[in-house]
Design a protein around this ligand. Structure first.
Ligand code: C2E
Ligand code: CA
Ligand code: CA
Length: 528
């Protein structure tokens, strides 16, 4: 059906909706998946920042405390070991992080909180410590008391007395790291780095910096102490990637469903028609029908127009056929009735009583249960006894003969006239015409177009006119565009003429001004 094709130009087909929705779903899946992964990545990165900052501040406090404790012990470095062992031992005992404090004089460890008096050179004990520095740190593989357990050693020089200072070994307690790691499931490992030696969470043994994996995720370091913590994490953990894919899938699916819902339900042509009615996108134009003998406007045919806000003007052939397919012809025709009723008082001023008002009825409306009520309501909404309504019905609708006979009879009883529209285009219902009593036969513009051309139409047209006369039907020629056509038709005895040659379909306003300027009669007379 060509009208369906026309309509498809204005609205999308289910297949188009489906492919558009799939494309939309894919794009939004990519978009949402991408956004989610970026958000998770940023969150992960900033959580690494927080972790590095926390570790740094923990280390700073730890070493500041230790430094303060060591400063408190510095006074003991000028005393005899025997006199201070008690105090040294209790200082170590009260500091949970300290294994032992050693007092140093000229590179010799001479007093220990654990073993009392001793004599051991720092070169043997801890060659990595630089005694000339105010503060130095080193990692040892063990202490004499705890040989297999790596530890961190710290040196604090006595700033008042040359050559003296406090040396301490620490309990390397991984608890804080474990706490941090537990909070940060994506942290794979950490390493404490001092000089070229390393303690890692991966191995209980001492390691060397060269064995560490390159590019730690974060490094926490202190300005006053030569110690660093390397944090190893994943930038794109599989957990985040899975979550992003899931988010992408869910959002993609949702957007796809929403898109197809919107396109097929909200934007569905049927819905469009109802929206169009609600938003007053439809209006009526009236095309004059001219008496062939008197060349006077005898009546008008109401034709519907739809100005869609985005698709523009949609041809009535297209939207009428579609409204029929969508079961919306009844509300649409009721709306047409309403629009005509609104214009009726102004039309009454232009036309004398008995003027013909042609209205097209769609076949499917004729058989709708509400048909009679709709017609009666429409008739009641018009000024009483003024217009002679002529319902135009296409040939093809007369094929349901039995029903048609009843409906036509009822319409006649109500005082309406009937016209066969588009005669000559359908599955010729010539034989049916004898069984109905209809007032008018509208000759399709296809016939009129071929007037003057060398075709076989002329004899057919003659036959049609003869038949109409025999059946006592008045004839209306549609689509009269030229003077020649008009003359030809008038000469053949056609009763009424309608077409651009006389007037295009006009809005109510145009019709009124056309009437007021008196052009109507003049224009028609010129046609003679
Ligand atoms: P139709 O009932 O045969 O209406 C005549 C059509 O011919 C109108 O087209 C009219 O504008 C056009 N026409 C008139 N004079 C000329 C002419 O000299 N040359 C040419 N080329 N065309 C001319 P329109 O308004 O586009 O309507 C097309 C069809 O849509 C109508 O054919 C009718 O079947 C349907 N239609 C229009 N309005 C309504 C309506 O309110 N209800 C129903 N059910 N159908 C309607
Ligand atoms: Ca018509
Ligand atoms: Ca027609």
């Amino acid at each position: 059906m060509p009208s369906k094709k026309i309509f498809a130009r204005y609205f999308s087909s289910p297949r188009q909706i489906a492919s558009f929705s799939i494309l939309f779903a894919l794009l939004s899946a990519l978009l949402f998946g991408g956004i989610t992964s970026l958000v998770l990545h940023n969150k992960r990165e900033s959580s690494y920042d927080v972790l590095a900052r926390d570790i740094r501040s923990y280390l700073r406090h730890f070493f500041e405390d230790l430094h303060a404790t060591a400063d408190g012990i510095q006074a003991l470095t000028v005393a005899d070991c025997k006199l201070v062992t008690g105090e040294l031992t209790s200082r170590a005992a009260f500091n949970v992080n300290v294994r032992a404090f050693l007092l140093i004089n000229d590179g010799i460890a001479y007093c220990s909180s654990a073993t009392g008096s001793m004599h051991m050179t720092m070169k043997d004990l801890m060659p990595d410590i630089d005694l000339t520095k105010n503060v130095d740190l080193a990692i040892m593989s063990g202490t004499p008391m705890m040989p297999g357990k790596p530890t961190i050693a710290a040196w604090f020089k006595n700033s008042a007395v040359d050559g003296r200072g406090v040396f301490t070994t620490l309990n390397v307690n991984l608890t804080p790291y474990l706490l941090f790691t537990a909070r940060q499931s994506q942290v794979m490992s950490m390493a404490i780095v001092v000089g070229d030696k390393v303690l890692t969470t991966l191995s209980p043994e001492l390691q060397f910096t060269r064995t560490l994996p390159p590019d730690p995720t974060r490094i926490a370091s202190l300005s006053n102490y030569p110690i660093q913590i390397y944090i190893y994490g994943t930038a794109w953990p599989s957990e985040d990637i899975q979550l992003s894919i899931l988010a992408g899938l869910i959002f993609g699916l949702l957007s796809g469903v929403m898109c197809s819902y919107f396109l097929s339900v909200r934007m569905r042509p049927g819905k469009e028609i109802l929206t169009g009615i609600k938003r007053e996108q439809f209006y009526v134009v009236y095309q004059p029908v001219v008496d062939a003998e008197a060349l006077k406007m005898q009546g008008i045919e109401a034709l519907m127009r739809w100005e869609h806000p985005t698709a523009g003007m949609i041809p009535p052939d297209a939207f009428i056929a579609f409204a029929e397919a969508q079961q919306l012809i009844v509300p649409l025709t009721r709306h047409l009735f309403e629009l005509i009723a609104r214009d009726a008082t102004q039309l009454q001023d232009i036309f004398p009583p008995g003027a013909k008002l042609g209205i097209n009825l769609a076949p499917s409306h004729l058989h709708a249960p509400s048909f009679k009520d709709d017609i009666l309501a429409f008739a009641a909404s018009l000024p009483p006894d003024h217009f002679q309504i002529v319902f135009e019905i296409t040939e093809r609708d007369m094929l349901k003969e039995k029903e048609a006979v009843g409906i036509f009879a009822w319409l006649h009883d109500q005082g309406f006239e009937l016209a066969v529209d588009d005669f000559g285009t359908g599955h010729s219902a010539l034989i049916y015409l004898e069984r109905f009593t209809l007032e008018y036969l509208k000759i399709d513009q296809g016939f009129v177009n071929s007037i003057g051309l060398e075709t076989v139409t002329a004899p057919v047209l003659d036959a049609v006119l003869t038949l109409a006369k025999r059946l006592n039907m008045a004839t209306v020629a549609e689509g009269v565009e030229t003077r020649e056509q008009a003359k030809w038709l008038i000469d053949r005895g056609v009763n009424f003429l309608q077409g651009y040659y006389f007037s295009r379909p006009l809005t109510l306003r145009q019709l009124i001004s056309w009437h007021q300027s008196g052009q109507d009669d003049d224009a028609l007379k010129n046609a003679h």
